[in-house]
Design a protein around this ligand. Sequence first.
Ligand code: ATP
Ligand code: MG
Length: 412
Amino acid sequence: MEKFRTVRGVHDLLPHDLDKHMKVINSALEISDKFNYSQIEIPIFEFSKVFTKPLGESSDIVTKENYIFKDRSNDELMLRPEGTSGVVRAFLNSGLVQDIPQRFSYYGPMFRYERPQKGRLRQFKQFGVECLGLSSSMADIEVIHLGNEFLNKLNILEKIKLKINTLGDFESRKNYRNALKSYLKDYQSTLSKESLIRFSINPLRILDSKNEEDQKIIKNAPSIIEYLNKESKTRFKNICKGLDHLKIEYEIDKNLVRGLDYYCHTAFEFTTNELGSQGTVLAGGRYDGLSKMLGGSDVPGVGWAAGIERLALLVQTELVNKTDVVLIGQTENFNYLLLPIMNKLIQQGIKTEIIYSGNLSKKFRRANKIRASYAIILGEEEIQKKLLKFKDLTSGSEELIDLQQAIKKIII
Ligand code: ATP
Ligand code: MG
């Protein structure tokens, strides 16, 4: 019989890995809550336009990475490749525009048709935050601060660097775009095929190229900083100032651009050297034009998204999932009597497993395997004395006590 596989780049998550993912997600939720971000859940698929319109024709996601399909009513739908567009769409539909600022967090699976490799999957999870309705640079500082604290909470900050840049406002970007184009014009014959396409659609994206030849050319390209108008320059300075006040270290990377068209001003990435070329673990920026592109009013926004799989690879594994106590009946006839005992234990928040079958030595092997700390054993003698045999599986000591005493010993 044929054995079914998962689709390429799509993985099952077994308990050990999922535990790590949940640790990352729970840390993110906890810290976001402290920063007053509220969790929101948005659909996993939407009308394609929600993504294609704001992401722009030249983005990788739209040109080659999308999972697009028609449903039975011939509607063109897309599995979400990212969260920001959906969150902003939800915000606009909900009428919360009257009630800004709004701070949201979300997490869940995203889908991109990419070449699968370590840290690059076709179904992967992101955790993200979006701060909507604040144009002040304080909001940019806030989301970077939140990202930094999240990585700090995961205890991985020392492996990570923060890079920031500004893309300026529309006017600055237009001037820079022209300057960059005229610089790149002379290199058209050496640019990679992909960059050549970007040359006419979105030349800024060439700065993002991973091609070695392209990178040599980019090295001497003009820098956006020189083309910023006064307002854009002040904004960027203010953000750096905020980070200085927080003692968050950063590096200005003039070639940092975000892959998506809707970004302006601040762009940032937290990256590590420990994951090969998939080193970006958290990335974001300001996207003031997005809500208008989605048919809403002009609501500024700033946020980021973090790759859960990449973060999980960085988080130290501690062997999790220890069992507190196992319940063992001398024979299977005692299993029913173990049920109310289990009930009391779990009500006390104690992680419990009844080992239903096998002889005593087999049951103890199982207890060992699931790393149980204690065993409660019930047999004829215990029933007669109305007590339980309580065994500390680390020291091996045994005693006859009642359930209340056992609970006390387990909880301490
Ligand atoms: P990259 O340059 O690595 O392709 P990106 O610019 O496409 O990243 P974003 O759209 O900014 O990535 O997504 C934010 C984060 O989500 C990334 O920094 C990364 O951690 C994670 N991520 C993006 N694509 C994938 C993927 N295919 N598999 C796993 N994680 C991903
Ligand atoms: Mg990508």
